[in-house]
Design a protein around this ligand. Sequence first.
Ligand code: MG
Ligand code: ZN
Length: 350
Amino acid sequence: MKKTILLLSVIFFPINSFAQETTQPNIILMIGDGLGLTQITAGMYSNGNKTALEDFTSIGLSKTHSHNNLVTDSAASGTAMASGVKTLNGVIGINTKNQMVKSILEISKEKGYQTGLIATSSIVHATPASFYANVLSRREYQKIALQMSESVVDYFIGGGQKHFTKRNDKRNLLQEMEDYDIVSSLSKFDKSQASKIGLFTNRDEPTRISDGTRIPLKDAVTSVLNQLDQDKKPFFLMVEGSQIDWGGHANEMSYVMSEFNDFNDAIQTVLDYTKSHPNTLVIVTADHETGGLAITKGKIKNFQVEATFSTIGHTATMVPVFTKGPSAEIFSGIYDNTSIFNKMLKVVNQ
Ligand code: MG
Ligand code: ZN
């Protein structure tokens, strides 16, 4: 019965006004890699005691442990959020019974969603890869790139072009990706009329934002949202602030803070988008905390923060989940990171 109605609507109504009002909400999942509560706190104070996260209406806490380790890595936690299973550290999109699992991006595609992925790392890095790849090791970049080239991702922006073009199998995946318009700049991304568009921001891993050459995450988000908007369909978009984690591993507070600011600006851009597109669920969370950061000193004047790291690795502390928009309230509480998938699935299935 539902199918008949939809079919009629396609025939008799212009799709645009109809689609947004009657279909499922858009979902924008924003993952700050290594973004613990202390990183948020430090970023907030350093920005004059303000963060875009204060506008969210529901807050939850996510338990990040993996199947085999209290301290997760980005592959296991990415898989947990993308596909709802706890797996081994290092594994992407495969459960502990060695079965491939579908991601929320792939499931939403089957439900008529458009899809997008944006990362400030390479697009084959563990976090974005969790949404389209199935590999036993996150280091299998060439295999991940091949799976990306055959994926249902409509729009992507990230680094890592070399994994598509400089390969042991001598294939040039960019030539094989005939359904994609692979562009070389954000302005070309904006002008493209193709149904699938990709932009590589770097041959390898993108530089840090403080170098001044990287595309600000908010600009990448704006361009992808503009393309998604033209499709007049609901969409699933994952946006990763990838290098907050790298700043944590380096125990460099200025690196963490500049990457947090880049991510925070992107959150503000997404919130601005939802003002004109209220049928959009926004989820901001982290895969884990990195660095065991603690604010141990500071000055109330200018909200100056002094922080120390306790490890160069990840920690097992719970991470916050901020939500706003339709069904935001189902994300309040304390739950496993796999529940983020289950809750998003509920939204997609409604
Ligand atoms: Mg990551
Ligand atoms: Zn890490």
